[in-house]
Write a protein that binds this ligand. Sequence first.
Ligand code: UDP
Length: 499
Amino acid sequence: MDSQADHPKLEIFFFPYILGGHLIPMIDLARLFASHGVKASIVTTPHNVLLFRNAILRDQELGHDIGFVTLNFPAEEFGLPNGCENELATTNGDMFIKLFLATMKLQDPLRKLLSETKPDCLVSDRLYPWTANVTDGLGIPRIVFDGSGCFSHCVEESLRLYAPHEKVVSETESFVVPGLPNKIELKRSMLPDYVKSENGFTHFLNEALEGEIKSDGVVVNSFYELEQAYADYFQKEMKRKTWHIGPVSLYNKSNIDKVERGIKTSIDEYSCLNWLDSREPNSVLYISFGSMPRITSAQLLEIAHGLEASDHHFIWVIGRILNYSSKEKQQVEMGLLPVGFEERISNSKRGLIIRGWAPQLLILEHPAVGAYMNHCGWNSIIEGVTAGLPMITWPFSSEQFYNERFIVNIIKVGISMGNEHWVPLKELPRVTIKSDKVASVVNRLMGREEAEVVEMRKTAAEFRDKAMQAFQEGGSSYNNVDAFIEELKSRRKVQNGHL
Ligand code: UDP
């Protein structure tokens, strides 16, 4: 491969993490940068290349300078099946840990690659803190990305600095998160275990934080107008150099791009659109809990009964279910949904069940979709905001309870399902929400005459317009991509002695 000196064009390497919610937006990010005229190289492993190959080929046909640089993945060394190179391909928590460990082995190949190619910049996922050591030694700028917005990082910082959760007496007592631009209330039960007491993951995240502080800046999948106060807080109080460049999902303009965004969808574009086309505007609730398994079969049943008891149409994406023992797996297969449920909702055209992977962007933007129930993963939130949809928030894990506060209390485009119990990723959560609660929250948000819902729809539509403006030529995110590129160009000129 050629070195930087041979390339008049700026070259940026993008190094995505193995979680769906990190991998998918990083690919959009690389494609976005290539569309702004730089050479974008996605550094990943062979099976992840396969997921995105078609999309990248389409970009190449448009003349964009984008491609993959492949690193071998040590699956066998860690006892992983061939092809298991991201979380989406795992079937249990043990595989997830092996995957996590296997990524550490990419360190040496990445160092070799970067020292041979010397790109102008590495955009590294935040969860590869070790990339800081690699780029430091080589004098390559390292920019951090993790697919999330600024808000959750501001909450994390406040909890770290002031530990307000240590001053309450119970898991259910509310406390205010100090020092933030708005009054944010949380409960101990909503906090990650690694925040409440130190464990291995606390140390890993501390390393990620140090890696971010040491980095040359942070690229954020959000737009300035959405989280202005927190973008400013992140820059001024937390001293991070930041570029808000999202929503990156807006890069996907054609239906094929919206459908082929990584995983193969379990429903084809036409069946999905036909079903939606036959529905009234704003009449359908879209339900998805993201890319990872989040609910148990028992919780699944409560949702099914709740949806059936509600008065509304829905598309429900049923992904992987959290059950690890073979005994439980059998139960899932036998009793997944209430007897006759699928037949009833299909005959009455009340609902569409998608088992597996949904073409989410295509669904969210359809006029028939009127609201979105999600787990408060940041990509889901920003995609919901971009579609101008009010939301039902149902967080489970990670930083999702912080994101819920953003939707419900800050931008006020959602109502909470009421779950208050954080669970570690890949652990079986209790049934926290019963069917009657599901039905009443769905009826509350989908009942279109309610004043609070009318107001939420109006606010959501305003944020959708702002998202579109930010992303298009002349908008804040568009300008930030160009500003980022200009900064790297100036750096190169200085290095080459032209200034
Ligand atoms: N997604 C999708 N189809 C699905 C499930 C998820 O396209 O059936 C995409 C979704 O559009 C989003 C990502 O997967 O871009 C999930 O990211 P998020 O941060 O919301 O959640 P995570 O799964 O990382 O918790």
